[in-house]
Ligand binder design. Structure first.
Ligand code: PRP
Length: 213
C-alpha cells in the first residue's frame, strides 16, 4: 500500500459529525445517528472508488459522460461487530449486494486479534470486496480478515478497506503486509496509546454504537 492507496475522504461535513461521535458525553442515540451520517458519506466515497466504468447518459438537454458502478461485480464484507454498522450503510446504498461476515475480536489484554467465524459469498474470489471496519488501530484485525479473504481466493488488489478512524501504526502494518489493498478512511488520528487505543480516537466504536459500554 503506497500513500496513493490511502484516501482520506474530502468532506467538511465529517468534522461536524466527528465532533459529536468523539465527545464522550454524547448519548448512545446521538452517537448512532451521527455515526450513521458519517458512515453514509464514507460508504458513498468508498463505492465511488469502484465506479470506474465510463458511461454516457443523456440529460434532457445534452449528452453527459459519467461513470457507473456494477453491484454484481462487488461484495461487502464486515469485520464483526463494529464493522456491521458500516456494512449496513453500504447495503443501504447498494441494495442486493452480496454480503459476507468475518467475526474477529481483539483480545482486551493483548490487543491481538482472534478469528472465530467467516461466511463469504461463494463467488467472492471474482469480486471486488468492500471490507468494512470503522477502526484501524494496530491493523491486526484487518490483516487477519484480509488473510481470510485471500484464503478464499480474493486478490488483495481487489480489496478496498473502508474505515472511519485510522492511525499511522495501523496504516503502516497494512502497507507492510498488503501494499495492494486500498484504504478509504474518514480520518487519520495521531497514533496509539500504551493500551493500543487510538488517540484521540473515540473509545470503543462497537460498544458506543451498539450501546454496550
Ligand atoms: C475493534 C475494531 C476493530 C479492531 C481494531 O473491534 O472494530 O475490529 O478492534 O483494532 P486492531 O486494528 O488493533 O486490530 P473489537 O475487536 O474491539 O470488537 P467489536 O467490533 O466487537 O467492538
Amino acid at each position: 500500500m503506497t500513500d496513493s492507496n490511502v484516501i482520506v475522504i474530502p468532506s467538511k461535513a465529517c468534522l461536524n459529525l466527528f465532533t459529536t461521535i468523539r465527545d464522550q458525553t454524547t448519548p448512545p442515540a446521538q452517537f448512532q445517528f451521527a455515526a450513521d451520517r458519517l458512515m453514509t458519506i464514507l460508504a458513498e466515497e468508498t463505492i465511488a472508488e469502484l465506479a470506474t466504468t465510463p458511461v454516457t447518459v443523456h440529460t434532457p438537454v445534452a449528452a453527459f459522460d459519467g461513470v457507473a458502478v456494477s453491484t454484481d461485480s462487488m461484495c461487502a464484507v464486515s469485520i464483526i461487530r463494529a464493522g456491521d454498522s458500516l456494512l449496513e450503510c453500504v447495503r443501504r446504498l447498494l441494495p442486493g449486494v452480496s454480503t459476507g461476515k468475518i467475526l474477529i475480536q481483539r483480545d482486551e489484554e493483548t490487543a491481538l486479534p482472534k478469528m472465530f467465524y467467516s461466511k463469504l459469498p461463494p463467488d467472492v474470489a471474482s469480486k471486488k470486496v468492500i471490507l468494512c471496519d470503522p477502526m484501524l488501530a494496530t491493523g491486526g484485525s484487518a490483516i487477519m480478515a484480509i488473510e481470510s479473504l485471500e484464503s478464499f481466493g480474493v486478490e488483495p488488489k481487489n480489496i478496498i478497506f473502508s474505515n472511519v478512524v485510522a492511525c499511522p501504526e495501523g496504516l503502516k502494518a497494512m502497507a507492510d503486509r498488503y501494499p495492494d489493498v486500498k484504504v478509504v478512511t474518514a480520518c487519520i488520528d495521531e497514533g496509539l496509546n500504551e493500551k493500543k487505543f487510538i488517540v484521540p480516537g473515540l473509545g470503543d466504536y462497537g460498544d458506543r454504537f451498539f450501546n454496550t459500554v
